[in-house]
Design a binder for this molecule. Structure first.
Ligand SMILES: [Zn+2]
Length: 245
C-alpha cells in the first residue's frame, strides 16, 4: 500500500505542526494538524505518539478516507480523527484543520464569556470563534465530529469547552495562523479581565473593515514565512510509538 504522497505539502504541514508547538500549542504528544488530500482521497493527519514539535515530514502523516479507513502511512491514529473528516465534509472551502489544547484558549473555553477583539489577533480571525459544548470529552465518533463542524459553522475557529480549540484555513498557512491568533486573542482578553479594570474590544460592526486593513494575503504570507524561518532543528523520534491518544 503505497499511494502517492504530496511531499511538498506534507513537508509544509510538518512545519505547521512545529510552528504550533513553538507558538504555545505544545501539550505533550497531543494536538494534531491535517490536510485535505489534493487528489480527493481523504485527509492526511499527523500520526499519534509524537508531539507537534517532533513532526518531521511526510512519514509522520497517515492518509485516511472520509470514513476513517487508513489508506496509507504506518503510524497510529489520533482518536479524534473524526474532527478532521467531519469538518472537511462540511466545509468545501477548508484545506487544513488543526486541533490543540493551548492553555489560554482552553481556559477561555471554560468561561461564560464571548471573545472580544481586545487586540489585533481577534480581528485577524475574521469573526468570533464558534462555541462547542455538546461534550467536554474526546471527539471520537463521526456524530461528535459533525456536531463540532456545526458549532464551527463558517468561522475560522471554534472553542471546545473544557477541552481546547479547532481551527481551519483555505491553506496550511491560514489554518496554523488562525490557531496561533486564537490562542493569542484569548490570552489578551484573559489579561484584560485579570486587570480588574473595565475593558472593551473593537465593535463587531467594525471588525471586517479592520481585518481587511490589517491582514491581507501578502501580510499573511509574511507571517507564515516568519514563523517558518523561526523553526529550529527537529529531534529524531521513533517511526512507531506505542500510544494512541
Ligand atoms: Zn483534544
Amino acid at each position: 500500500m503505497n499511494p502517492s504522497r504530496p511531499l511538498a505539502l506534507l513537508k509544509e504541514l510538518a512545519e505547521g505542526c512545529r510552528v504550533l508547538h513553538a507558538q504555545g500549542h505544545a501539550d505533550m504528544t497531543l494536538g494534531h494538524l491535517s490536510l485535505r488530500d489534493p487528489d480527493g482521497r481523504g485527509v492526511w493527519l499527523k500520526r499519534s505518539g509524537i508531539g507537534l514539535g517532533e513532526v518531521r515530514g511526510a512519514e509522520d502523516f497517515v492518509l485516511l478516507d472520509f470514513d476513517g479507513q487508513v489508506l496509507a502511512g504506518g503510524g497510529r491514529l489520533h482518536k479524534e480523527w473524526p474532527i478532521h473528516t467531519a469538518i472537511l465534509r462540511a466545509r468545501p472551502d477548508v484545506q487544513a484543520i488543526g486541533h490543540s489544547h493551548p492553555p489560554h484558549a482552553t481556559v477561555f473555553s471554560a468561561l461564560d464569556a464571548e471573545l472580544l477583539a481586545v487586540s489585533n489577533e481577534a480581528a485577524y480571525l475574521g469573526g468570533p470563534p464558534g462555541c462547542f459544548d455538546a461534550t467536554t470529552n474526546l471527539i471520537d465518533t463521526p456524530a461528535l465530529g459533525e456536531a463540532l463542524a456545526q458549532a464551527l459553522g463558517g468561522a475560522s475557529s471554534v472553542l471546545m469547552r473544557n477541552h481546547g480549540i479547532a481551527f481551519v484555513g483555505s491553506s496550511i498557512a491560514e489554518a496554523v495562523l488562525m490557531g496561533v491568533f486564537l490562542e493569542r486573542a484569548c490570552r489578551s482578553q484573559l489579561l484584560a479581565m485579570a486587570s480588574g479594570r473595565p475593558y472593551g474590544g473593537t465593535p463587531l460592526a467594525q471588525l471586517a473593515d479592520k481585518r481587511a486593513k490589517i491582514l491581507d494575503a501578502a501580510l499573511q504570507a509574511n507571517f507564515w514565512a516568519f514563523y517558518r524561518r523561526d523553526l529550529g532543528p527537529v529531534a529524531d523520534v521513533p517511526a512507531e510509538t506505542p500510544t494512541t491518544a
